[in-house]
Design a protein around this ligand. Structure first.
Ligand SMILES: [Zn+2]
Ligand SMILES: [Zn+2]
Length: 328
């Protein structure tokens, strides 16, 4: 029996037992193919051909996958080729199958590999840092903007994107209510991508979980960390957050305390308070920057009550002015 026929027999007999998650599809001397499944989102098919003077040449492996991107399957083809070269002279098919199975196992980040590449290229700058713990599926990012920093940890679950990435803020120097909003909103994006909406329209196609690492990182890095330290108060047009995070004000009644309103713009408490208490009041008050109505717990009163309070304050001021006039 020649070496290929001998190897084909061995593959038929033992590949399923020897390689975790493997299913043999075909096993002929011109083509061996098998499928490796770890989760619904980690599935690939390998097609292997024996070169003419096998085993003195490496086997030719092609990798296909409906869930991995073409750039990832191409990368897998390359590393399989490298691996096969290490085993020249030996039976290579089961070794390659084991290698592929192990590789998928050891790399929990494979289902978000393209998103991660995009994030590094588009959202991070030189001043930022990232660290990946490949085997644990952990991504650590420290994003900076001026003196502000946001340290984000994302843990990629085994069956991502069906299950959401787990997000946490390891460190930051933004005002705590802002940081709390950042993380809650990011988690909400992850939830929306992985849970069907409560009220489903009957015409909507069945819910399918969507990759969301890129979206949550764009939000946290670009729309929070990079944006807010540069944002100006729409009323006084001065930078809203203090230049030095150490000067962040925690007293909610202080003039310079930062208020984040419904539209997401930042105001100084003092500027916003004056604006909310000055007419006109009909139709409510809207953000001078974007025109969106301002909703805020602290100024949650009807236009009529605001009008009445303002009139009262004005009358009181007139009285005071009269007293001053009388005294002078
Ligand atoms: Zn202001
Ligand atoms: Zn606004």
């Amino acid at each position: 029996m020649d070496i290929v026929s001998e190897e084909l027999e061995e593959i038929r007999r033992s590949i399923v037992a020897k390689v975790c998650g493997c299913e043999l599809i075909s096993c002929h001397k011109n083509l061996v193919s098998f499928k490796i499944t770890k989760t619904k989102y980690k599935v690939l098919t390998a097609c292997i051909q024996f070169p003419a003077d096998y085993p003195n040449q490496p086997i030719l492996t092609e990798v296909k996958s409906k869930v991995f991107s073409p750039s990832l399957t191409n990368a897998l083809i390359e590393i399989c080729d490298k691996e096969a070269k290490k085993h020249i002279g030996k039976k290579q098919v089961i070794l390659i199958a084991k290698f592929l199975s192990q590789f998928i196992n050891d790399n929990p980040l494979l289902p978000c590999r393209d998103e991660w590449t995009y994030i590094k290229k588009n959202f991070l700058r030189e001043c930022d840092a990232e660290k990946v713990k490949q085997k644990k599926g952990i991504i650590d990012i420290t994003a900076h903007q001026e003196l502000y920093l946001l340290k984000i940890r994302a843990v990629i679950p085994d069956n991502y994107p069906e299950e959401p990435v787990q997000l946490s803020l390891e460190e930051h120097n933004f005002p705590s209510p802002m940081a709390y909003y950042f993380i809650c909103q990011a988690k909400e994006y992850a939830r929306q991508a992985t849970e069907p909406p409560l009220r489903k329209s009957s015409k909507a196609p069945p819910f399918q979980a969507l990759p969301h690492l890129k979206k949550v990182m764009e939000f946290l890095i670009v729309n929070c960390c990079k944006r807010f330290p540069q944002e100006c108060c729409p009323l006084c047009t001065e930078q809203a957050l203090p230049e030095n995070p150490k000067d962040v004000i925690t007293d909610g009644k202080d003039e310079n305390y930062i208020e984040r309103v419904y539209c997401g713009h930042l105001f100084h408490h003092g500027c916003l308070d004056k604006y909310m208490k000055t007419p006109p009041f009909e139709n409510g008050k809207s953000c001078p920057k974007c025109g969106v109505r301002i909703y805020h717990d602290k100024w949650n009163i009807s236009p009529r009550l605001a009008e009445a309070r303002w009139a009262h304050k004005e009358a009181r001021q007139r009285e005071l002015d009269e007293v001053v006039d009388f005294l002078s």
